[in-house]
Design a binder for this molecule. Structure first.
Ligand code: GRF
Length: 201
């Protein structure tokens, strides 16, 4: 199965998938890494021929960038498109084009803390638990059907960075588990509901 990855930054989630593929634990191929940042470190994790990046801020309209991104992704014929640390909203046209095979990992227990700065907000609220979610992408930010979540405790004295590191450690196996289900053809989205092996979860 062919995977296209969207990433804006470091790319440790991408690396977790690459490591699993190299270890024979994930039957998939990364066919492209796509970024809205020209110098995203994530790009360096794959060979040059698989890198695509543009400076999204240089485009006058969001849809101009997203249309070009969608064309570049479609050219790699992916079975699944995975947002792994992609920090930019995708427009409705992009989501419509890939809907049902478009996944995102988000560092919170959705529906709590959509958007950015999730760790600082969780600490400020004094919640006992935080974590990460993998979901199908819908047009509304971080609002698509949740496939799986992983939970960590929020500890006394936590800083946003300390909590982010604890969450990141569970993000990698969580994303791998969901991508493995995806490439095995075991998950699907139907009318905003996740189907596992054809049954609502
Ligand atoms: C992860 O916490 C991801 O959930 C969030 O941004 C971070 C990206 O990490 N959206 P990396 O680029 O995969 O290392």
């Amino acid at each position: 199965r062919r995977l296209a990855i969207l990433a804006s930054g470091r790319g440790s989630n991408l690396q977790a998938l690459l490591d699993a593929i190299a270890a024979g634990m994930l039957d998939a191929e990364i066919v492209g890494v796509f970024s809205d940042k020209l110098e995203a470190p994530a790009l360096q994790r794959v060979e040059a021929s698989k890198r695509w990046s543009r400076d999204a801020k240089a485009y006058a309209h969001r849809s101009d960038f997203d249309d070009e991104l969608a064309e570049a992704i479609a050219a790699t014929s992916p079975d699944w498109v995975v947002c792994a640390g992609y920090l930019r909203l995708l427009d409705a046209g992009f989501v419509a084009r890939f809907r049902g095979r478009l996944l995102n990992i988000h560092p919170s227990l959705l529906p709590a803390y959509r958007g950015l700065k999730t760790h600082a907000r969780a600490i400020a609220d004094g919640v006992a638990e935080h974590g990460a979610s993998v979901h199908f992408v819908s047009p509304e930010l971080d609002a698509g059907a949740v496939i799986a979540q992983a939970t960590v405790p929020v500890l006394p004295g936590d800083t946003p960075d300390a909590l982010a590191a604890r969450v990141l450690a569970v993000e990698h196996p969580l994303l791998l588990a969901v991508v493995a289900l995806a490439v095995a053809g075991r998950i699907a989205e139907c009318d905003g509901t996740v189907l596992m092996d054809g049954h609502p979860m």
